[in-house]
Ligand binder design. Structure first.
Ligand SMILES: O=C(O)CCC(=O)C(=O)O
Ligand SMILES: [Fe+2]
Length: 297
């Protein structure tokens, strides 16, 4: 099936006006639902120099009040984050036919590969992004046919990133368990221990002619337990807090952590699965690398 890619549309010539399928209903438009000023999301350092109980408590508060926080001093080398971003950017620069070789078919209920959100929502609207989606672990779920073969370093870089993400996920799940007054290993064991599923979704939001009318990703909560995301330096993510949108500023090398539905359920609602959306930009391409960690399906 021929799918119109947002990237091809954005770069395909003179696009002065946003095609109607991308124009959100009035109340959803970024121009009518601006983020609140002067409010910033929690930023938490995981440095081993810090007092452990203080870190547990900061994370506990962030999970209760926001379901979202940034972490710094997580130990993932800045050079690895840069390489991850480079291989993703290079993939999206490939000729369209080469990318189409990985096209997914959401009608099968499977989303691995190269995709564009085609299912229109109740308002008959679609999102301003293309993405690439694949499993990273466990090994039994990984199908390398759905990993870009070009650039050739994609696999090596992504596998290295996955090892780091598994380490950070373990640490976060321990901190969250402790925050809930449980044994450190509790949440991880409820999420399947080594069977926990880790998926990579590279989001690519090309420049949009009328960003005030569109959304990159519409408001949603993630179905995962945790989502760990690194964006490029183009801002766009907003999280819902006390009835208002809060814009998340870019912070070099910080990881964005979302709690998803699985943690909200496992914590009996003590911790929030955060509602979030992303807005797009007129001049610059926004990209984000979202890693979803979830119990085995
Ligand atoms: O690009 C972002 O910052 C958010 C993406 C997102 O929420 C998602 O892919 O689930
Ligand atoms: Fe999300």
């Amino acid at each position: 099936m021929e799918v119109e890619r947002v990237q091809a549309l954005a770069y395909g010539g003179e696009l002065k006006e946003l095609p109607t399928q991308f124009i959100r209903p009035e109340h959803e438009r970024p121009e009518n639902s601006k983020p609140i000023e002067g409010v910033t999301v929690p930023v938490i350092s995981l440095s081993s120099q810090r007092d452990h109980d203080v870190v547990v408590n900061e994370i506990h508060e962030a999970c209760k009040q926001w379901g979202f926080f940034l972490i710094t001093d997580h130990g993932i080398p800045s050079t690895l984050i840069q390489r991850l971003q480079e291989v993703g950017q290079e993939f999206f620069k490939l000729p369209q036919e080469e990318k189409e070789a990985y096209a997914n078919d959401p009608s099968t209920g499977k989303f691995e590969g190269y995709g564009t959100k085609m299912t229109k929502n109740v308002e008959q609207k679609v999102e301003w992004l293309d993405y690439f989606f694949h499993f990273m672990s466990p090994k039994s779920k990984v199908n390398y046919d759905f990993w870009p073969k070009n650039p050739p370093t994609y696999r090596e870089v992504t596998e290295e990133y996955n090892r780091e993400i598994l380490r950070v996920t373990n640490e976060l799940l321990e901190l969250l368990s402790e925050g809930l007054g449980l044994e450190g290993k509790t949440l991880k064991s409820h999420l399947g221990n080594e069977e926990i599923e880790v998926e990579m979704k590279i989001n690519m939001y090309p420049p949009c002619p009328q960003p005030e009318l569109a959304l990159g990703v519409e408001p949603h909560t993630d179905m995962s337990a945790l989502t760990i995301l690194v964006p490029n330096d183009v801002p766009g993510l907003q999280v819902w807090k006390d009835g208002r949108w809060v814009a998340v500023n870019y912070l070099q090398d910080a990881l964005f952590v979302n709690l998803g539905d699985q943690i909200e359920v496992l914590s009996n609602g003590k911790y929030k699965s955060v509602l979030h959306r992303s807005v797009v930009n007129k001049e610059r391409t926004r990209m984000s690398w979202a890693v979803f960690c979830a119990p085995p399906a």
